[in-house]
Design a protein around this ligand. Structure first.
Ligand code: UD1
Length: 420
């Protein structure tokens, strides 16, 4: 298992290119199931989660190849309609194959994902949406068994706005007979990109980018190419790194609008942000001050940036409250931040963060993807040496983070192959 060794206290300066969005890729890949043919996904990040999805799609008979950030998927010979437990337990986004398999082949068997590191993460909304579209659903032996001769358009009103359930319902509805309405649909940019991609495949969808999607089902779709949008969470993580370490950090290949909630909070905290086209520059001239954030659905502050924000607030001037309204238990990074000298208390779904003057390096343990990012950020500012163990969590969602940080001036190294 790899670890990162960080010597903190370096100022960051320079520019970093942001890669394609993990969460967009994980929806676009299964969307290709909907048509027979060869599709290319440009700007695909090389990540462990993308590889996990590729392995899963290969078990179904899809030919998948990733070369220099271009992912090619040939879906002409799909002969298995199953997502086994060993894949789904590694990555919950595997459930995205449910909608497209059911829509094109009339059947799917997908493992129930179970819990995750920070608590229960149900899939009831995915299941209800498939039922609404006319699928028989049978839950047995840990699997969702779904079958339908042809899905039928329906009105689906989500009680909770869910990225994954919206994506699954969309992918199922595009081939259903008749019209489907999805109300309280997620409007995260990754879902908007999925909907736009489905349209280039021949789908008929209105209301893209809003929380009311109207889909007129078609008989078949065709393969299509797409360029994946930039990863707003990778971008946000680098912005927080810049805010922590001072200097001037420029991100290129970003869509600044997708980062509005994060850049607004960074400005409130005292950073100077300028945007030009597809780049954002962050400069820090004064100490960062404490700013409360509440993670919520898009365009609110992303839950996937909550842990990184907490690392920034750990050394900010004053006390702040970081609340998560999406995942109430997503605070596994806090005990590790405490080991670095942070002063944080968790109450219900909020972290009360009292800024300290400095953190001190220590060994800490990654517990999940964004928690790992938060620990690396803390290590960049801590005095002395921080070792972040079990960084395979980080590799799920960040491509070559240590190289990108080193290019900005950080002292961070990956140490491979030892048992920790
Ligand atoms: C996606 C992202 C993840 C991000 C999350 C919230 C991907 C691959 N992952 O996850 O990085 O943290 O959005 O922005 O895109 N819920 C239910 N029942 C369901 C489904 C969800 O109650 O069937 C609840 C969840 O527990 C949560 C909320 O809905 O409280 C939102 O979750 P959801 O948007 O579905 O997250 P994911 O799609 O799993």
């Amino acid at each position: 298992m790899d670890k990162f060794v960080i010597n903190g206290g370096r100022t960051l300066n320079g520019s970093v290119a942001i890669g394609g969005a993990k969460n967009a890729t994980l929806a676009l890949m299964p969307a290709t199931i909907l048509a027979a043919g060869t599709s290319r996904l440009f700007n695909t990040p090389s990540l462990r989660d993308v590889n996990t999805m590729a392995v899963l799609l290969r078990t179904m008979g899809i030919v998948v190849e990733l070369k220099e950030h271009t992912l090619t998927l040939d879906t002409r010979r799909i002969d298995k309609f199953e997502a086994p437990y060993e894949h789904v337990k590694k990555m919950r986004a595997s459930i995205y194959v449910l909608g497209p398999l059911l829509a094109r082949f009339g059947r799917a068997k997908v493992s129930l994902p179970g819990g995750c590191a920070w608590g229960p993460r149900p899939v009831n909304l995915h299941i209800e949406a498939m039922r609404k579209l006319g699928s028989e659903i049978d839950l047995r032996e840990g699997y969702i068994h779904a079958a339908a001769a042809r899905l039928q358009g329906a009105r689906i009103h989500f009680d909770v706005s869910s990225v994954g359930a919206t994506g699954n319902a969309l992918m199922a509805a595009v081939l259903a007979r008749g019209t489907t309405l999805i109300e309280n649909a997620a409007i995260e940019p990754e879902i908007t990109q999925l909907a736009e991609y489905l349209v280039t495949m021949g789908a008929r969808i209105q209301g893209i980018g809003t929380n009311r999607l109207e889909i007129d089902g078609v008989d078949d779709l065709h393969a299509a190419d797409v360029t994946t949008i930039p990863d707003r969470i990778e971008a946000g993580t680098f912005l927080v790194a810049g805010a922590l370490c001072g200097g001037s950090t420029t991100l290129t290949h970003v869509i600044p609008e997708h980062l509005a909630a994060v850049t607004a909070k960074l400005e409130d905290a005292g950073a100077v942000i300028t945007t030009a086209g597809d780049s954002i520059t962050l400069k820090v001239q004064h100490a960062i001050s404490s700013v409360d954030v509440t993670a919520s659905i898009y365009p609110g502050f992303p839950t996937d940036m909550q842990a990184q924000w907490t690392a920034l607030m750990a050394v900010a001037d004053g006390t702040s409250v970081v609340t998560d309204t999406i995942y109430f238990d997503r605070f596994k990074h806090i005990p590790e931040l405490l080991r670095l000298g942070a002063d944080i208390e968790v109450k219900d779904n909020a972290a009360i963060v009292r800024g300290v003057r400095s953190l001190a390096g220590a060994k800490v343990m990654s517990t999940d993807l964004r928690a790992s990012a938060s620990l690396i950020l803390a290590g960049l500012i801590a005095h002395g040496t921080t070792e972040v163990l079990r960084v395979y969590h980080l590799d799920r969602g960040y491509e070559a983070i240590e190289k990108k940080l080193r290019a900005l001036g950080a002292d961070i190294e990956r140490v491979a192959g030892e048992e920790f």
